[in-house]
Design a protein around this ligand. Sequence first.
Ligand SMILES: [Cu+2]
Length: 302
Amino acid sequence: MDKIVILAALVGALSVTPVSAKEFQNHTNMMNHGDGHLMDMDGGMVMGQNTDTLPGGCDKIAATKEITVRAGHKFSEKFPGTMYAFDQQEFQFEPCTKLTVHFINEDDIRHQWMMHGLPKYLYPKGMFHLEVSGPGEVSGTLILPPGDKTYLVHCDIAQHMEKGMKAQLKVGKGAEDLPSIPGVTTSVFPDDYSGKPYSAEEAAANAAPVTDSSTPSPAPAPASSANGTETDTGLSGTTVIGIALGFLLAPILAKRYKGMSPGEIVAALIESAKHSLKQVVSLLSGILSKSGTAKTSTSIKK
Ligand SMILES: [Cu+2]
């Protein structure tokens, strides 16, 4: 009887215990490897940290800002077709701002806040990079360069950016918007929920307005080599071979049918076709008679 009570208590206790793979970790005591590279053994990392060197063109630190960015599957829910996202997709700061990013990962997998396009003399590979494996927080600081520019921020884990974990950070007025920022700019490869078969023409039609909205799109040209698309030029391999043969045979034929009217040329072509056919027939009948199965020889030798 007692055993049953204990068992019931155990089952009850287990059912209320949350099934959590990892506890939230604050990665505050990372080892400094120099060159702005900090790391710990629990999956926290900062690369390209710069707290004091002014980028070229900055006379002083223009402002000091701190932001908290969250990363996780749940932030993608408002963007159909995505799987991961940051909680914000766009940032804007004054040039020469000293920016501290507190990056919080809310998933049980690895996520990154990776910023590209920074000056390489100051940031290794032009990157500022925060990374957390599993739920946790990591913080890093950089000094933004001068000038108006839009920087790509993403998670570089395979398919995380493609599936939505992408943002843009504008310094000053920024430059042009980046494509496929969830909720900000049009997707290069829009998801289609219409249920219709997805064709190459649709893809081209959907992709066109993203890259080119200023100039009026020209009427669909028969050969689309002008707009840089290499596929679907309307020329199959057979057609190409046909054209090549045509070019090779043209001088020979021109010589042979020189001075003839179109009607005469057609008649001559039919005549030579007949001739070829006769030769084929005689060849075939020759083979048949030799094999002994043909009873009548229909050799039509000239
Ligand atoms: Cu990620």
